[in-house]
Write a protein that binds this ligand. Structure first.
Ligand SMILES: C[S@@+](CC[C@H](N)C(=O)[O-])C[C@H]1O[C@@H](n2cnc3c(N)ncnc32)[C@H](O)[C@@H]1O
Length: 443
């Protein structure tokens, strides 16, 4: 991405580098600059006094000296500000930092440690070459284009729960944790904004937990790590994991074994309802990586899809009905449409000129009377081929889900849940803890 023949290029590169400094480095740098300015000013006091007695011309000279120093400082800040904005825009576009020219430059930029469990790279390759069976929603985030089209959604102002509401919901639910946490392991951090908010809360509880993100998308993983390094410079971030958390917990268990305990595993953004394997398969596999006294925080959406699909029961629907008007929904539909092309390997499924999902995609709806959930499967039906692209689920209540978790997962206790409503949509945060398994009963 080098810009050719741009005379301002060296200035921009410098500004971008400075813009990527951590907050701590910033404070140190600013103190240094102000310190020098203060020292120079104090040193020039006798000069100023002499100038005052020497007459107006000398005063003017001192005035210009101070004005030039201030202008220089302002210029420094302006270049830095522009550099930071440019660097963030580049990362938001799925790019890594400006191409480094050598090892020293890699060291200078943020070079993060990434691990992948054995087999993951082969899985990814199979998926990219042939369309791996069973990869629906997972495939949507993969690659620079996957990360970029997700970021277009998550960066829209209508995507986020308002920060104030989110923070207070986190504070309410985390009030049930009675000890300082050692680390936060985030499953699917997306753009990292939610994790940054969660880390602020955890850091404010007197502990300084370390942070480990796990994501299937390299672009999102690096962006998250960069964000956390900038916003939580003091939090240890030993490594990130590029992998698939729907399986592979044998490897994750080893990788995460050394992280300070108790650990909080988070899986937020309604991700559990989208999983290809489904929640019933995911939780038992994932639980094998959760140790005694660890916590798990996840969220689901409450309500149903009646507003978009009508109050009918199970049936087949036009998927375009799921995306009402509005810029954020337009972007979300593009994310799903581009992903559907990738999973089905059929370019016709999305008409980007008119922003429409085409007749090769259908939504199948199931309503579960016992659990009270309303579930949608977006399905591709091509010539002789059929694949699930994405799943969504909303709950009337989570009583059955919480009971199921307690009964199926060893030592699982539901510590409580907290609801947060924003723009008419209610998200329920559910907090679990793994307790010691009851001692075997003597016969
Ligand atoms: C719906 S986004 C949620 C992002 C974020 N937690 C939030 O609250 O905004 C789902 C995230 O999970 C990741 N993801 C989905 N399935 C995954 C899988 N099987 N393994 C690893 N990461 C996965 C995606 O790449 C993405 O970052």
């Amino acid at each position: 991405m080098a810009v050719v023949n741009d005379p301002l290029e060296p200035v921009r590169t410098w500004g971008e580098r400075i813009g990527l400094l951590s907050r701590f480095a910033w404070v140190v740098l600013s103190c240094g600059v102000f310190g020098i300015l203060a020292a120079v000013s104090v040193a020039s006091v006798p000069g100023i006094l002499a100038a005052v007695t020497a007459g107006p011309e000398a005063i003017q000279a001192v005035f210009w000296g101070v004005a030039i120093a201030l202008a220089f400082l302002l210029l420094l800040y302006a270049i830095t500000f522009i550099g930071r904005r440019e660097a963030e825009a580049r990362l938001a576009g799925g790019m890594t930092a400006r191409a480094p020219a050598g090892a020293a430059e890699v060291d200078e930029a943020d070079a993060f440690v990434l691990y992948s469990p054995p087999g993951f790279v082969d899985d990814l390759k199979t998926h990219l070459e042939k369309g791996k069976v069973g990869w629906g929603q997972r495939a949507l985030y993969v690659g620079v284009d996957g990360a970029r089209s997700w970021l277009r959604v998550s960066e829209h102002e209508d995507y986020d729960i308002s920060e104030g509401k989110l923070r207070s919901a986190f504070a309410d639910v985390m009030a049930r944790v009675d000890r300082p946490l050692g680390s936060l392991v985030s499953l699917g951090p997306g753009d990292g904004k939610v994790d940054a908010a969660l880390m602020s809360l955890l850091g404010g509880k007197g502990s300084r937990p370390s942070y480990v993100p796990i994501d299937i998308s390299e672009g999102l993983l690096l962006l998250t790590m960069k964000r956390l390094r900038m916003e939580h410079a003091g939090a240890p971030m030993p490594f990130g994991v590029l992998g698939d958390f729907e399986y592979g917990w044998d490897a994750f268990r080893h990788l995460l074994a050394g992280q300070p305990r108790p650990r909080l595993f988070s899986i937020l953004g309604n991700t559990v309802s989208n999983l290809d394997a489904g929640l019933q398969k995911f939780f038992p596999t994932f639980w094998s990586g959760v140790a005694e006294n660890d916590y798990v925080l996840f969220d689901v959406l409450l309500g149903n899809f009646d507003e978009r699909l009508g109050a009918g029961d199970a049936g087949t629907y036009d998927p375009n009905l799921l995306f009402p008007d509005g810029e954020m929904m337009r972007r979300y539909k593009a994310f799903i449409g581009e992903g559907a092309r990738r999973v089905s390997m059929d370019y016709r499924v999305y008409d980007e000129e008119h922003g429409r999902l085409t007749q090769w995609l259908k939504v199948h709806r199931t309503r579960e009377p016992v659990d009270g959930y309303d579930q949608l499967h977006l399905q591709y039906h091509g010539e002789g081929d059929s694949k699930t692209i994405f799943k969504w689920r909303r709950y009337r209540d989570t009583k059955n889900l919480e009971n199921w978790l307690t009964v199926s997962l060893q030592g699982c206790e539901v510590l409580g849940h907290v609801d947060v409503t924003d723009d008419g949509l209610t998200t329920r945060l559910i907090l679990l803890r793994r307790n010691a398994a009851p001692a075997a009963q003597a016969l």
